[in-house]
Design a protein around this ligand. Structure first.
Ligand code: AMP
Length: 417
Protein backbone atom coordinates (compact mmCIF):
# COMPACT_ATOMS: atom_id res chain seq x y z
CA UNK A 1 0.00 0.00 0.00
CA UNK A 2 1.63 3.32 -0.99
CA UNK A 3 1.85 5.97 1.71
CA UNK A 4 -0.32 8.43 -0.21
CA UNK A 5 -3.56 7.69 -1.99
CA UNK A 6 -6.46 9.83 -3.16
CA UNK A 7 -8.66 11.09 -0.29
CA UNK A 8 -12.08 9.46 0.20
CA UNK A 9 -14.52 10.48 -2.52
CA UNK A 10 -11.71 11.77 -4.77
CA UNK A 11 -10.42 9.91 -7.81
CA UNK A 12 -7.70 9.97 -10.41
CA UNK A 13 -9.21 9.77 -13.88
CA UNK A 14 -6.72 7.85 -15.98
CA UNK A 15 -6.51 7.14 -19.70
CA UNK A 16 -8.55 6.01 -21.54
CA UNK A 17 -11.40 7.13 -19.21
CA UNK A 18 -10.00 10.68 -19.15
CA UNK A 19 -10.38 10.86 -22.95
CA UNK A 20 -14.02 9.92 -22.47
CA UNK A 21 -14.44 12.79 -20.02
CA UNK A 22 -12.92 15.21 -22.52
CA UNK A 23 -15.20 13.94 -25.26
CA UNK A 24 -18.20 14.29 -22.92
CA UNK A 25 -17.46 17.97 -22.39
CA UNK A 26 -16.72 18.35 -26.13
CA UNK A 27 -20.13 16.94 -27.07
CA UNK A 28 -21.81 19.20 -24.53
CA UNK A 29 -19.97 22.26 -25.84
CA UNK A 30 -21.07 21.37 -29.37
CA UNK A 31 -24.76 21.01 -28.40
CA UNK A 32 -25.03 24.21 -26.37
CA UNK A 33 -22.58 26.15 -28.55
CA UNK A 34 -24.91 25.56 -31.49
CA UNK A 35 -27.65 27.27 -29.46
CA UNK A 36 -25.64 30.42 -28.80
CA UNK A 37 -24.24 29.64 -25.37
CA UNK A 38 -20.72 30.86 -24.56
CA UNK A 39 -18.45 29.26 -22.01
CA UNK A 40 -17.89 30.87 -18.61
CA UNK A 41 -14.97 29.64 -16.51
CA UNK A 42 -15.42 30.78 -12.92
CA UNK A 43 -12.77 30.07 -10.27
CA UNK A 44 -12.98 26.92 -8.16
CA UNK A 45 -12.89 29.00 -5.01
CA UNK A 46 -15.12 31.91 -3.99
CA UNK A 47 -15.89 33.94 -0.89
CA UNK A 48 -17.98 31.69 1.32
CA UNK A 49 -20.82 34.24 1.18
CA UNK A 50 -21.43 33.56 -2.52
CA UNK A 51 -22.65 30.09 -1.61
CA UNK A 52 -24.28 30.78 1.74
CA UNK A 53 -26.43 33.57 0.25
CA UNK A 54 -27.70 31.21 -2.38
CA UNK A 55 -28.41 28.07 -0.44
CA UNK A 56 -28.79 28.85 3.23
CA UNK A 57 -31.20 26.02 3.95
CA UNK A 58 -29.53 23.34 1.86
CA UNK A 59 -27.31 20.50 3.09
CA UNK A 60 -24.88 21.38 0.34
CA UNK A 61 -24.17 24.66 2.09
CA UNK A 62 -24.78 23.88 5.75
CA UNK A 63 -23.06 20.51 6.04
CA UNK A 64 -21.06 19.67 2.96
CA UNK A 65 -18.99 22.72 2.16
CA UNK A 66 -15.19 22.63 1.91
CA UNK A 67 -14.59 26.03 3.49
CA UNK A 68 -11.56 27.49 5.22
CA UNK A 69 -9.91 30.76 6.15
CA UNK A 70 -7.08 31.55 3.72
CA UNK A 71 -3.74 33.20 4.53
CA UNK A 72 -5.32 36.62 3.94
CA UNK A 73 -7.99 35.92 6.60
CA UNK A 74 -10.67 35.53 3.93
CA UNK A 75 -13.32 32.91 4.60
CA UNK A 76 -13.49 31.04 1.28
CA UNK A 77 -15.00 27.80 -0.03
CA UNK A 78 -14.46 25.37 -2.87
CA UNK A 79 -17.57 25.65 -5.00
CA UNK A 80 -20.24 23.02 -4.28
CA UNK A 81 -22.03 23.98 -7.53
CA UNK A 82 -21.59 26.60 -10.22
CA UNK A 83 -24.88 28.47 -10.53
CA UNK A 84 -23.92 30.75 -7.63
CA UNK A 85 -20.57 31.54 -9.26
CA UNK A 86 -22.25 32.31 -12.59
CA UNK A 87 -24.66 34.70 -10.85
CA UNK A 88 -21.77 36.33 -8.97
CA UNK A 89 -19.93 36.76 -12.29
CA UNK A 90 -23.07 38.30 -13.83
CA UNK A 91 -23.28 40.86 -11.03
CA UNK A 92 -19.57 41.61 -11.25
CA UNK A 93 -19.35 42.04 -15.05
CA UNK A 94 -22.86 43.22 -15.97
CA UNK A 95 -23.01 41.55 -19.42
CA UNK A 96 -25.88 42.37 -21.80
CA UNK A 97 -28.93 40.18 -21.39
CA UNK A 98 -30.04 37.58 -22.08
CA UNK A 99 -26.72 36.14 -20.94
CA UNK A 100 -26.51 32.56 -22.20
CA UNK A 101 -23.55 30.66 -20.79
CA UNK A 102 -22.34 27.11 -20.24
CA UNK A 103 -19.77 25.71 -17.85
CA UNK A 104 -18.01 22.51 -16.97
CA UNK A 105 -15.70 21.38 -14.22
CA UNK A 106 -15.39 19.97 -10.73
CA UNK A 107 -17.46 20.79 -7.65
CA UNK A 108 -16.76 19.77 -4.06
CA UNK A 109 -19.18 18.46 -1.45
CA UNK A 110 -18.28 16.67 1.74
CA UNK A 111 -20.73 13.80 1.21
CA UNK A 112 -20.64 10.13 2.10
CA UNK A 113 -18.85 8.59 -0.88
CA UNK A 114 -20.62 5.79 -2.74
CA UNK A 115 -21.22 4.67 -6.32
CA UNK A 116 -22.32 7.77 -8.25
CA UNK A 117 -21.60 10.09 -5.29
CA UNK A 118 -18.17 11.58 -4.76
CA UNK A 119 -16.61 14.48 -2.89
CA UNK A 120 -15.14 15.89 -6.06
CA UNK A 121 -17.47 15.45 -9.01
CA UNK A 122 -17.84 17.08 -12.39
CA UNK A 123 -20.85 18.80 -13.85
CA UNK A 124 -21.67 20.48 -17.11
CA UNK A 125 -24.44 23.06 -17.15
CA UNK A 126 -26.06 26.11 -18.71
CA UNK A 127 -27.62 29.25 -17.29
CA UNK A 128 -29.62 31.99 -19.00
CA UNK A 129 -29.86 35.23 -17.07
CA UNK A 130 -32.19 38.10 -17.85
CA UNK A 131 -35.06 36.55 -19.80
CA UNK A 132 -38.48 35.33 -18.74
CA UNK A 133 -40.23 33.27 -21.39
CA UNK A 134 -41.68 29.76 -21.09
CA UNK A 135 -40.13 28.83 -24.44
CA UNK A 136 -36.72 29.61 -22.98
CA UNK A 137 -37.43 27.01 -20.28
CA UNK A 138 -38.26 24.66 -23.15
CA UNK A 139 -34.99 25.50 -24.94
CA UNK A 140 -33.00 24.78 -21.79
CA UNK A 141 -34.73 21.46 -21.18
CA UNK A 142 -34.47 20.50 -24.86
CA UNK A 143 -30.71 21.10 -24.86
CA UNK A 144 -30.29 18.69 -21.96
CA UNK A 145 -32.49 16.18 -23.76
CA UNK A 146 -30.55 16.53 -26.99
CA UNK A 147 -27.25 16.09 -25.17
CA UNK A 148 -28.37 12.76 -23.72
CA UNK A 149 -29.49 11.69 -27.19
CA UNK A 150 -26.06 12.66 -28.58
CA UNK A 151 -24.41 10.41 -26.01
CA UNK A 152 -26.65 7.61 -27.23
CA UNK A 153 -28.68 7.35 -24.01
CA UNK A 154 -32.24 6.16 -24.51
CA UNK A 155 -33.44 5.30 -21.05
CA UNK A 156 -33.78 8.84 -19.73
CA UNK A 157 -36.94 10.16 -18.14
CA UNK A 158 -37.78 13.85 -17.93
CA UNK A 159 -39.71 14.78 -14.81
CA UNK A 160 -41.34 18.20 -14.76
CA UNK A 161 -43.02 20.39 -12.18
CA UNK A 162 -43.90 24.00 -11.52
CA UNK A 163 -43.52 25.60 -8.13
CA UNK A 164 -45.76 28.51 -9.15
CA UNK A 165 -45.08 32.16 -8.47
CA UNK A 166 -43.45 33.11 -5.16
CA UNK A 167 -46.84 34.00 -3.66
CA UNK A 168 -48.38 30.69 -4.82
CA UNK A 169 -45.44 28.88 -3.41
CA UNK A 170 -45.71 30.72 -0.08
CA UNK A 171 -49.36 29.66 0.21
CA UNK A 172 -48.44 26.11 -0.68
CA UNK A 173 -45.59 26.01 1.85
CA UNK A 174 -48.02 26.99 4.59
CA UNK A 175 -50.47 24.28 3.51
CA UNK A 176 -47.64 21.76 3.52
CA UNK A 177 -46.41 22.86 6.92
CA UNK A 178 -49.89 22.49 8.38
CA UNK A 179 -50.21 19.01 6.85
CA UNK A 180 -46.88 17.75 8.18
CA UNK A 181 -47.24 19.41 11.58
CA UNK A 182 -50.62 17.78 12.07
CA UNK A 183 -48.90 14.41 11.55
CA UNK A 184 -45.51 15.12 13.10
CA UNK A 185 -45.36 11.79 14.94
CA UNK A 186 -45.44 9.93 11.60
CA UNK A 187 -42.51 11.82 10.06
CA UNK A 188 -38.90 10.58 10.20
CA UNK A 189 -36.74 12.53 12.65
CA UNK A 190 -34.64 13.84 9.72
CA UNK A 191 -37.75 15.21 8.04
CA UNK A 192 -38.90 16.87 11.28
CA UNK A 193 -35.64 18.84 11.18
CA UNK A 194 -36.11 19.62 7.46
CA UNK A 195 -39.69 20.75 8.12
CA UNK A 196 -38.52 23.45 10.50
CA UNK A 197 -36.19 24.82 7.83
CA UNK A 198 -38.19 24.31 4.67
CA UNK A 199 -41.38 22.25 4.38
CA UNK A 200 -40.92 21.90 0.61
CA UNK A 201 -37.75 19.91 1.07
CA UNK A 202 -39.65 17.26 3.05
CA UNK A 203 -41.09 16.27 -0.34
CA UNK A 204 -37.51 15.38 -1.38
CA UNK A 205 -37.25 12.73 1.36
CA UNK A 206 -36.63 9.27 -0.02
CA UNK A 207 -37.21 7.61 3.38
CA UNK A 208 -39.88 4.96 3.36
CA UNK A 209 -41.33 6.20 6.63
CA UNK A 210 -42.18 9.55 5.01
CA UNK A 211 -43.75 8.13 1.85
CA UNK A 212 -47.41 7.90 3.04
CA UNK A 213 -47.46 11.44 4.41
CA UNK A 214 -45.88 12.76 1.22
CA UNK A 215 -48.45 10.89 -0.86
CA UNK A 216 -51.33 12.48 1.09
CA UNK A 217 -49.79 15.99 1.14
CA UNK A 218 -51.50 18.97 -0.52
CA UNK A 219 -50.49 19.46 -4.17
CA UNK A 220 -48.87 22.57 -5.60
CA UNK A 221 -51.16 22.60 -8.66
CA UNK A 222 -54.06 23.69 -6.41
CA UNK A 223 -52.12 26.83 -5.55
CA UNK A 224 -51.13 28.12 -9.01
CA UNK A 225 -52.06 31.69 -9.90
CA UNK A 226 -53.39 32.17 -13.48
CA UNK A 227 -49.96 33.47 -14.58
CA UNK A 228 -48.10 30.48 -13.16
CA UNK A 229 -50.62 28.07 -14.66
CA UNK A 230 -50.29 29.74 -18.08
CA UNK A 231 -46.48 29.56 -17.91
CA UNK A 232 -46.56 25.89 -17.01
CA UNK A 233 -49.04 25.12 -19.80
CA UNK A 234 -46.81 26.92 -22.31
CA UNK A 235 -43.77 24.91 -21.19
CA UNK A 236 -45.71 21.69 -21.71
CA UNK A 237 -46.98 22.85 -25.11
CA UNK A 238 -43.42 23.72 -26.16
CA UNK A 239 -42.05 20.36 -25.07
CA UNK A 240 -44.91 18.67 -26.94
CA UNK A 241 -44.08 20.69 -30.08
CA UNK A 242 -40.52 19.34 -29.92
CA UNK A 243 -41.72 15.79 -29.29
CA UNK A 244 -40.01 15.59 -25.89
CA UNK A 245 -41.89 13.27 -23.53
CA UNK A 246 -42.19 14.15 -19.84
CA UNK A 247 -43.94 13.14 -16.62
CA UNK A 248 -45.31 15.71 -14.21
CA UNK A 249 -44.42 15.13 -10.56
CA UNK A 250 -45.78 17.65 -8.03
CA UNK A 251 -43.24 16.54 -5.42
CA UNK A 252 -40.25 17.61 -7.51
CA UNK A 253 -39.02 20.68 -5.62
CA UNK A 254 -35.22 20.51 -6.12
CA UNK A 255 -32.65 21.83 -3.70
CA UNK A 256 -32.56 25.59 -3.98
CA UNK A 257 -35.02 27.84 -2.25
CA UNK A 258 -34.92 30.23 -5.18
CA UNK A 259 -36.62 27.99 -7.70
CA UNK A 260 -39.94 29.27 -9.00
CA UNK A 261 -42.22 28.07 -11.76
CA UNK A 262 -40.43 25.41 -13.81
CA UNK A 263 -38.34 22.71 -12.15
CA UNK A 264 -37.18 19.54 -13.87
CA UNK A 265 -34.99 16.52 -13.44
CA UNK A 266 -33.50 14.00 -15.86
CA UNK A 267 -33.50 10.49 -14.42
CA UNK A 268 -31.46 7.54 -15.62
CA UNK A 269 -33.85 4.60 -15.70
CA UNK A 270 -31.03 2.06 -15.53
CA UNK A 271 -29.67 3.54 -12.28
CA UNK A 272 -30.60 2.69 -8.72
CA UNK A 273 -33.58 4.89 -7.77
CA UNK A 274 -31.88 6.60 -4.79
CA UNK A 275 -29.10 7.76 -7.08
CA UNK A 276 -30.88 8.09 -10.41
CA UNK A 277 -30.83 11.88 -10.93
CA UNK A 278 -28.55 12.51 -13.90
CA UNK A 279 -29.15 16.22 -13.66
CA UNK A 280 -31.76 18.85 -13.13
CA UNK A 281 -32.56 22.50 -12.98
CA UNK A 282 -35.25 25.08 -13.24
CA UNK A 283 -36.18 28.70 -13.23
CA UNK A 284 -34.95 30.85 -10.41
CA UNK A 285 -35.35 34.46 -9.42
CA UNK A 286 -33.69 36.36 -6.65
CA UNK A 287 -30.29 34.69 -6.91
CA UNK A 288 -28.66 37.59 -8.75
CA UNK A 289 -30.40 40.04 -6.42
CA UNK A 290 -29.17 38.24 -3.31
CA UNK A 291 -25.61 38.69 -4.61
CA UNK A 292 -26.09 42.44 -4.98
CA UNK A 293 -27.37 42.65 -8.58
CA UNK A 294 -30.63 43.93 -10.06
CA UNK A 295 -33.75 41.72 -10.04
CA UNK A 296 -32.96 39.22 -12.79
CA UNK A 297 -34.71 36.12 -14.13
CA UNK A 298 -32.69 32.97 -14.47
CA UNK A 299 -33.11 29.46 -15.78
CA UNK A 300 -30.61 26.64 -16.14
CA UNK A 301 -29.53 23.13 -15.34
CA UNK A 302 -26.54 21.14 -14.12
CA UNK A 303 -25.85 17.61 -15.32
CA UNK A 304 -23.57 15.25 -13.41
CA UNK A 305 -20.83 13.76 -15.53
CA UNK A 306 -20.13 10.74 -13.33
CA UNK A 307 -23.66 9.47 -13.06
CA UNK A 308 -24.35 10.11 -16.73
CA UNK A 309 -21.32 8.00 -17.63
CA UNK A 310 -22.56 5.24 -15.32
CA UNK A 311 -25.85 5.34 -17.24
CA UNK A 312 -23.85 5.17 -20.50
CA UNK A 313 -22.04 2.08 -19.18
CA UNK A 314 -25.39 0.49 -18.32
CA UNK A 315 -26.71 1.16 -21.82
CA UNK A 316 -23.44 0.22 -23.53
CA UNK A 317 -23.08 3.58 -25.26
CA UNK A 318 -20.46 6.36 -25.37
CA UNK A 319 -17.53 4.13 -24.44
CA UNK A 320 -13.99 5.34 -23.89
CA UNK A 321 -12.50 6.37 -27.23
CA UNK A 322 -9.41 4.49 -28.29
CA UNK A 323 -6.20 6.38 -27.59
CA UNK A 324 -4.33 4.49 -30.32
CA UNK A 325 -1.86 6.34 -32.49
CA UNK A 326 -1.91 6.15 -36.30
CA UNK A 327 1.65 4.93 -36.62
CA UNK A 328 4.43 3.63 -34.40
CA UNK A 329 7.97 4.31 -35.58
CA UNK A 330 10.50 1.53 -35.06
CA UNK A 331 14.07 2.71 -35.57
CA UNK A 332 17.05 0.42 -35.08
CA UNK A 333 19.62 2.97 -36.29
CA UNK A 334 19.94 4.93 -33.06
CA UNK A 335 16.68 6.87 -32.85
CA UNK A 336 17.51 10.11 -34.66
CA UNK A 337 15.48 9.07 -37.71
CA UNK A 338 12.53 8.19 -35.46
CA UNK A 339 12.84 11.66 -33.94
CA UNK A 340 12.60 13.26 -37.40
CA UNK A 341 9.80 11.04 -38.68
CA UNK A 342 7.54 11.34 -35.61
CA UNK A 343 7.94 15.15 -35.70
CA UNK A 344 7.11 15.18 -39.41
CA UNK A 345 4.07 12.95 -38.94
CA UNK A 346 2.74 14.95 -36.00
CA UNK A 347 3.20 18.22 -37.92
CA UNK A 348 1.15 16.69 -40.75
CA UNK A 349 -1.67 15.84 -38.33
CA UNK A 350 -0.97 12.15 -37.71
CA UNK A 351 -0.80 10.68 -34.23
CA UNK A 352 2.59 9.06 -33.93
CA UNK A 353 4.67 7.46 -31.22
CA UNK A 354 8.01 5.67 -30.99
CA UNK A 355 10.27 3.73 -28.65
CA UNK A 356 13.16 5.11 -26.61
CA UNK A 357 16.24 3.79 -24.88
CA UNK A 358 17.73 2.04 -27.93
CA UNK A 359 15.61 -1.08 -27.58
CA UNK A 360 15.98 -4.13 -29.78
CA UNK A 361 13.83 -4.56 -32.89
CA UNK A 362 11.81 -7.25 -31.14
CA UNK A 363 11.15 -5.09 -28.10
CA UNK A 364 10.20 -2.09 -30.27
CA UNK A 365 7.77 -4.24 -32.28
CA UNK A 366 6.15 -5.32 -29.02
CA UNK A 367 5.61 -1.69 -28.07
CA UNK A 368 4.27 -0.97 -31.55
CA UNK A 369 1.75 -3.75 -31.07
CA UNK A 370 0.73 -2.51 -27.65
CA UNK A 371 0.29 1.07 -28.95
CA UNK A 372 -2.77 -0.01 -30.92
CA UNK A 373 -1.35 1.60 -34.08
CA UNK A 374 -2.50 -0.03 -37.32
CA UNK A 375 0.92 0.49 -38.92
CA UNK A 376 4.54 0.25 -37.84
CA UNK A 377 7.06 2.36 -39.77
CA UNK A 378 10.37 0.53 -39.68
CA UNK A 379 13.80 2.01 -40.33
CA UNK A 380 16.89 -0.19 -40.19
CA UNK A 381 20.32 0.56 -41.64
CA UNK A 382 19.28 -0.80 -45.07
CA UNK A 383 16.33 1.55 -45.22
CA UNK A 384 18.44 4.45 -44.03
CA UNK A 385 20.97 3.82 -46.83
CA UNK A 386 18.28 3.32 -49.48
CA UNK A 387 16.21 6.33 -48.36
CA UNK A 388 13.14 4.14 -47.71
CA UNK A 389 10.79 3.25 -44.86
CA UNK A 390 9.06 -0.11 -44.39
CA UNK A 391 5.32 0.02 -43.69
CA UNK A 392 4.24 -3.02 -41.76
CA UNK A 393 0.46 -3.44 -41.22
CA UNK A 394 -0.06 -4.69 -37.67
CA UNK A 395 -3.74 -5.51 -37.57
CA UNK A 396 -4.84 -7.18 -40.76
CA UNK A 397 -2.10 -9.65 -41.79
CA UNK A 398 -1.19 -7.79 -44.98
CA UNK A 399 2.44 -7.97 -46.12
CA UNK A 400 4.89 -5.23 -45.36
CA UNK A 401 6.28 -3.03 -48.15
CA UNK A 402 8.96 -0.38 -48.57
CA UNK A 403 8.21 3.16 -49.77
CA UNK A 404 10.52 6.08 -50.58
CA UNK A 405 11.12 8.20 -47.49
CA UNK A 406 10.05 11.29 -49.46
CA UNK A 407 6.61 9.78 -50.16
CA UNK A 408 6.00 8.47 -46.64
CA UNK A 409 3.10 10.79 -45.77
CA UNK A 410 1.14 9.89 -48.91
CA UNK A 411 1.63 6.18 -48.38
CA UNK A 412 0.71 6.35 -44.71
CA UNK A 413 -2.47 8.27 -45.54
CA UNK A 414 -3.46 5.54 -47.99
CA UNK A 415 -2.55 2.76 -45.56
CA UNK A 416 -4.73 4.00 -42.70
CA UNK A 417 -7.80 5.14 -44.59
P1 AMP B 1 -27.41 19.19 -7.92
O1 AMP B 1 -26.41 20.29 -8.18
O2 AMP B 1 -27.35 18.67 -6.52
O3 AMP B 1 -28.76 19.51 -8.42
O4 AMP B 1 -26.91 17.95 -8.80
C1 AMP B 1 -27.03 17.90 -10.19
C2 AMP B 1 -26.41 16.62 -10.66
O5 AMP B 1 -25.04 16.56 -10.30
C3 AMP B 1 -27.00 15.38 -10.01
O6 AMP B 1 -28.13 14.97 -10.71
C4 AMP B 1 -25.87 14.39 -10.11
O7 AMP B 1 -25.82 13.79 -11.39
C5 AMP B 1 -24.66 15.25 -9.95
N1 AMP B 1 -24.16 15.21 -8.56
C6 AMP B 1 -24.55 15.94 -7.48
N2 AMP B 1 -23.82 15.62 -6.40
C7 AMP B 1 -22.95 14.66 -6.78
C8 AMP B 1 -21.93 13.91 -6.12
N3 AMP B 1 -21.63 14.10 -4.84
N4 AMP B 1 -21.23 12.99 -6.84
C9 AMP B 1 -21.51 12.79 -8.15
N5 AMP B 1 -22.44 13.46 -8.82
C10 AMP B 1 -23.17 14.39 -8.15
Amino acid sequence: MPEFQTSPGMRDILPPESARWRRFVGEFAAVVGAAGYGQVIPPLLEDLGVFTRVGEATDIVTKEMYDFVDKGERHVALRPEQTASVCRAFVQHRPTTPWKVWYSGPNFRYEKPQRGRYRQFDQVGIEVLGADDPYLDVEVIALGWEFYARLGLRRVRLVLNSLGEPADRAGYVEALRAHFEANLHLLSSESVVTLAKNPLRVLDSKREQDAPLIASAPVIADHYSPEAAAHFTAVQTGLGALGIPFDIDGTLVRGLDYYRRTTFEFQGLTLDSAQNALGGGGRYDGLVESLGGPPTHGVGFALGLDRTLLACDDEGVFGAPSVAVDAFVVDTTGGLEALRITAELRAAGFRADRAYEGRSMKSQMKLADRSGAPIALIIGSNELDAGTVVLRPLRDGRDQYAVPRTELLDHLTKAIT
